[in-house]
Design a protein around this ligand. Sequence first.
Ligand code: NAP
Length: 310
Amino acid sequence: MALPSSAAPLPLAGKTVVVTGASDGIGRAAAEQFVTLGAATVVLVGRRAAKTEAAATGIVAATGRPVVHCEIADLSRRDEVAALAARLRARHPAIHVLANNAGGLFLDRGLTADGIEQTLALNHLAYVQLTLALLDPLLAAAAPGAPTRVLCVSSRAHRNARVDFGDLPLARGYGGWRAYANSKLCNIWFARALARRLDPAQVVVHSLHPGVVRTRFAEDNGPAGRLLRWVMDRVSIGAAEGADTLAWLAWAPDAARDSGSYWVRRTRTQPSRAGADDDLAEQCWRETDALLGMDANVVVAAARARSLAG
Ligand SMILES: NC(=O)c1ccc[n+]([C@@H]2O[C@H](COP(=O)([O-])OP(=O)(O)OC[C@H]3O[C@@H](n4cnc5c(N)ncnc54)[C@H](OP(=O)(O)O)[C@@H]3O)[C@@H](O)[C@H]2O)c1
């Protein structure tokens, strides 16, 4: 990781960072970089306590900075996302960076405990639900010239999406890669749509492609998953390199503007034509409301009003 100039104070000094999917892969590597970048607190969100705590122990050993905390939640379950958000709000009244990163590929269609297709639930709905539930601490952490940041790990795979708004959970015509690509397009749409509703002087929202990264991604899909991993590993970058753009977006002055953008290798990049379409982003926003049973416009407006009321 290229650090900012040694004369400058560490860019995340005093800041609280929350990163999901932090027990492994890109999220774990990013968490370590957030610690190295001086964050006062880095919250590792994982779904398995022992594995997440082992990641925390490894990060403290590697950095010498005991600033990590673990939170455990299965992010494919709405009740667990809600409970996680409530704990985070209680423990961290100011959150400067939220890195929505936990995600997966499921070659076989499956439903979550809530009866929602699991790719959509984990890769998209959890990003939305968690972010909206953390708007109070995100707005509270905003300072003049230093907006807080919501970062959504998407993928170049979004370019292969074929979204049917009449059937986001792909009850018909499920394919694992299609579900994955669609969910990653939803990440880009969510970043765009949320950015339009927030003052970029307070909160900026970005999506990104981390690169093709050597992680455990897709491995839990039986022999097909292991074969896929073997192929991906031939062309992958390491997890630290894969976490670089995510970590950079958390502090770089260049990323404090252009809210709603999509980034690849620290560079603002044009997403697919669909990804750049604000009408489609709005349609996704409305369909997401229906799936989550809420009115996200009301949630955002209420959080902004509370923030103004001080
Ligand atoms: N690897 C790539 O080439 C690549 C390329 C483009 C985009 N991405 C994106 O990068 C993000 C991270 O992927 P990765 O490559 O780092 O994959 P990974 O190594 O499989 O890590 C995924 C992380 O998400 C967690 N997770 C999975 N299901 C969860 C659940 N139900 N609740 C809570 N946490 C859960 C995992 O926890 P466990 O440790 O318990 O499994 C792990 O910490 C994903 O959004 C992915 O779409 C990856």
